[in-house]
Structures are given as C-alpha cells and as structure tokens.
Design a protein around this ligand. Structure first.
Ligand SMILES: [Zn+2]
Length: 294
C-alpha cells in the first residue's frame, strides 16, 4: 500500500508493508494555489518511491471532510473545489481512497483497542480535525463529518476569549482558532509581541519560561473545556490527541483534572493520551482504512 498525506505545505508519501511498517518515504513541497500543481506534486511524491510500487493502491490522508470520495470543508481550498478522487486516480494511474485526518488518526490509534470501546481522535495542527471509532468501526455520520470538533465554539468563554477570532471557515470563535498551531502562537504573540513557532514556545515552557508556561496553561484549560464537551456527548473510553501538542506528558495529566469542573457526573474511566506517532499515524491510518483492516 502507498499512503499520501496532504499537509498544508508538503505532500508526504510512503509505502507501508502489510504489517504496518514504513518501507520507503518521500516528501515534496506543495505549490501555492495551483490544483494541477498539487496533482503533479502528488505524482512526484509517488514516483519517488520507485518502480516497485507500480501495482499498489494509494490511500490519501487529507485535512478535510471526505464523504463518499467527495472532499469538503478543508482549509486547502485548492483541493476542495474539485473531484479530487477522480483527478488523483487519473494523475497517479492507480486506485485512490480519500480519508480525513481525524479518521486516519482514529483508525491507527484504535488498532489495539477493545472493539467495544469508543475512541475520539482529535488532530491539532495548522488546521484541526476529528474522528470517532465505536463498536470497532469508524463512525461516519450522515455526511462523513462525525467528529468534526474544531468548528464548535469554545465552551465557557471568558470575556477576552470573545474577541472575535476569525476562522478560515468563515465564522469566529471556533475551537480551532484557540487549539491549533497558529492559535497557540497567536496567544504567545498577544502577550509578548513576538512571533515564535509552537515547538519553540513549548520548549521554552519546558525549561521554565514563565510566559511560555502561562500560554501552555491556557491551552490546557481550553482543551479541558473542549474535551469535556466531547465526553458529555460520547462518553468515550479514550480521547487521543495528535499533531502539535505542547508538553504531552504534562498535558495528559493536567487536562483530565479539569474535567470535573465541566462534566456533571463522574467520568474517571475516560483517558486522555497523546499519540506518540506524530504525522506517521495519518499515513498508517489511511492505509488501514483503505485495506479494510480497521
Ligand atoms: Zn471555524
């Protein structure tokens, strides 16, 4: 199986063995605002894997909602206005399956989970996505959109959180404007007037920078509110976070401590964990979904 992940700035391709291991990988930058350029970049990424992959199908992970092969609700406007499945199949000359980031993360992280458990996966990156597994299967919903948590409004906002943060989806105050790479970086910039990338801010917090630490604390509290809403709706055994998650070990402990303030009944069986697999989980999860193994 070949997997492709369409990130905001690059396309990553990998061949994945039946056992789920990476065999080969390639990575190309994505062109700006050019649909044909995207297709050609995807082809370049696949071609770089070599001739031995000629008979392989391609599973594609996208920051989008995917419903029966149709892509919608993606910040990558270039790929969201076309019949991507048809055009990718044509560009690659192979069978293609499309899957949202949230469903890919959920499929991969649920692989060793009891079938009776419910898992909610939250991808936090340049854009944010979600997926739900219940009874051993993806919860698709009526429109392939189940788990699309990031465009709910931030729960229990305090006054300064109502300052009208604009979201790419056209509304303001969405969770993604707070709980994303750029949201995290925006918070730091508001306090310091300086722009740093999310990884640098998290690293500064880990070494005792008080301002960076306060930004992480605010992130944790907002994540506590957001996940409490998810717990109220789905009562999952597991919430898994992927992508950009600052100070994951600390966050796994601190966020659940916030839940009693937002969830009305005892939910101590729900665990919060951060995926240890980074963006690889998207590629491997897409392969699992296309192979029908998960
Ligand atoms: Zn939004």
């Amino acid at each position: 199986m070949i997997s492709l992940a369409f990130h905001h700035d690059r396309i990553v391709a990998a061949t994945i063995s039946d056992g789920g291991d990476f065999v080969l990988a390639s990575d190309v930058a994505t062109p700006d605002g050019d649909y044909r350029g995207w297709l050609l970049a995807a082809r370049d990424a696949v071609d770089a894997l070599g001739d031995g992959t000629a008979a392989m199908k391609v599973a594609v992970a996208l920051p989008a909602i995917v419903d029966e092969g149709v892509v919608s609700f993606t910040p990558l406007a270039t790929i969201g206005q076309s019949n991507l499945q048809r055009d990718l199949q044509s560009a690659l000359g192979r069978e293609v399956g499309l899957y949202g980031f949230g469903d890919c993360l959920a499929a991969f992280e649920a692989r060793d989970m009891p079938k009776s458990d419910t898992l909610v996966a939250l991808w936090i990156g340049k854009s944010c996505h979600g997926g739900i597994r219940a009874n051993g299967a993806r919860l698709e919903g009526a429109h392939g959109a189940a788990g699309n948590w990031a465009h709910l409004q931030l729960p229990s906002p305090v006054p300064h959180e109502l300052d009208g943060r604009h979201c790419w989806c056209g509304r303001s105050g969405c969770l993604e404007t707070f709980l994303s790479e750029s949201g995290f970086e925006d918070d730091y910039e508001r306090i310091t007037g300086e722009r740093h990338d999310a990884a640098s801010i998290a690293a500064a917090a880990a070494t005792g920078d008080i301002v960076a630490d306060s930004v992480v604390q605010v992130f944790e509290d907002r994540l506590g509110r957001a996940t409490a809403t998810i717990i109220s709706l789905f009562d999952p055994q597991m919430i898994i976070l992927g992508g950009m998650v600052p100070l994951p070990e600390r966050l796994e402990t601190r966020v659940p401590r916030k839940w009693p303030g937002y969830v009305q009944i005892n939910r101590t069986k729900t665990r919060l964990a951060v995926s240890a697999n980074g963006a690889d989980a998207l590629l491997k999860g897409a392969a699992l979904l296309m192979s029908g193994k998960n």
